[in-house]
Design a protein around this ligand. Structure first.
Ligand code: NAD
Length: 331
């Protein structure tokens, strides 16, 4: 029976993991802190570690894990930019992930953010609770007939595009590996990245963070977006240069920005900082001060269906003895 050191544990993680594999199948050691080189010693005596998006498995951390006998790092997420895969390979640590759990969860949250921001539901909700029934300042726009631009048409990007088609939007897409049959079936038009930038009334990012996509949206590319466009990012924070984004919000060039991820979210998102009453991150504080910015704390994946699937695949990987589920093994 494997002993698994589990990091960045939240109550829902524990509930769904225990439902997928009880103490008779896996000896769980749940920790609330994140796995980093500084905390890696806590994995001593475990065959595997189980980690999430903001744990940091750099070479130093992985070396310590390997020295203490860890042979498997099970990611309970799809993205793997937090792991030095080359170092893991050299050190003989298998890295697995959950490549797809519910693309619908993330796509639906993306559109929920847009609808909330555009129709100002969050502001209206606060108003009516204070018996202020005025509509001043709550004007939005119809999605019907607008152009939605999708950058990255993998699992989540395709779901999001289909939802936009359901609203009656025209959908333009860019992906270096286009899915032409899917596009033809859903009346989605692939085009150049620049054309999507320039024509989209709503631009939604659904691509992975890699050295090539880091700051894909920067001062130059943001300036090429259609004036008044809405930008949605539920993928990875570092796809956007935050300082440049703030500049474009200040100038009024962007109509609205909805983010479920933030460039420096590590150590801030997923935690309750309300007792301190102070946010030390100046750029996030500035972003939160704009009335046309909506931020959620990396919660797009947080549905019952996604959590169940994440737990099922992660447990299967942890118990697999090398017979990994298709697409889950990275090293
Ligand atoms: P996927 O691998 O199915 O699709 C990614 C797509 O991006 C691929 O089609 C790929 O060809 C394309 N791509 C790569 N480089 C590109 C570039 N330079 N320009 C345009 N497209 C490019 O991934 P997915 O499951 O759809 O996930 C998409 C993103 O969502 C990932 O970044 C993932 O980390 C993020 N995500 C966020 C949450 C959340 O809770 N907020 C949850 C799950 C996934």
């Amino acid at each position: 029976m494997p002993t698994v050191s589990f990091y960045d544990t939240k109550p829902y993680d524990r509930d769904y993991m225990l439902a997928a594999a009880g103490a008779e199948q896996i000896t769980w050691r749940f920790h609330e802190f994140r796995l980093t080189a500084e905390t890696a010693a806590t994995a001593a005596g475990c065959e595997a570690v189980c980690v999430f998006v903001n744990d940091k498995l750099d070479r130093d951390c992985l070396r310590q894990l390997a020295n203490s006998g860890v042979r498997h790092a099970a990611l309970r997420c799809a993205g793997f930019n937090q792991v030095d895969l080359a170092a893991a390979r050299e050190l003989g640590i298998a890295v697995t992930r959950v490549p797809a759990y519910s693309p619908h969860a993330v796509a639906e949250h993306t559109v929920a953010l847009l609808l909330t921001l555009n129709r100002k539901i969050h502001r209206a909700h606060n108003r009516v609770r204070e018996f202020n029934f005025s509509l001043a300042g709550l004007v939005g726009f119809d999605l019907h007939g607008k152009t939605a631009g999708i950058i990255g048409t993998g699992k989540i990007g395709r779901c999001t595009a289909q939802i936009f088609r359901g609203f009656g939007c025209e959908v333009l897409a860019y992906d270096p590996f286009p899915q032409n049959d899917w596009a033809a079936g859903h009346a989605v038009r692939y085009t150049r990245f620049d054309e999507v930038l320039e024509k989209a009334d709503i631009l939604s990012l659904h691509l992975p963070l890699t050295p090539e996509t880091h700051h894909l949206l920067n001062a130059d590319t943001l300036a090429r977006m259609k004036p008044g466009a809405y930008l949605l990012n539920t993928s990875r924070g570092k796809l956007i240069d935050t300082a440049a984004l703030i500049g474009h919000l200040k100038s009024g060039q962007l109509g609205g920005v909805a983010l479920d991820v933030y460039e420096e979210e590590e150590g801030i998102f997923f935690e309750d900082h309300s007792e301190h009453g102070l946010l030390e991150d100046d750029e996030l504080s500035r972003l939160l001060s704009f009335p046309n910015v909506l931020v959620t704390s990396h919660q797009a994946f947080l549905t019952h269906e996604a959590l169940s699937e994440i737990a099922r695949v992660t447990v299967s990987n942890l118990l697999s003895q090398g017979g990994w589920l298709e697409g889950t093994l990275l090293t």
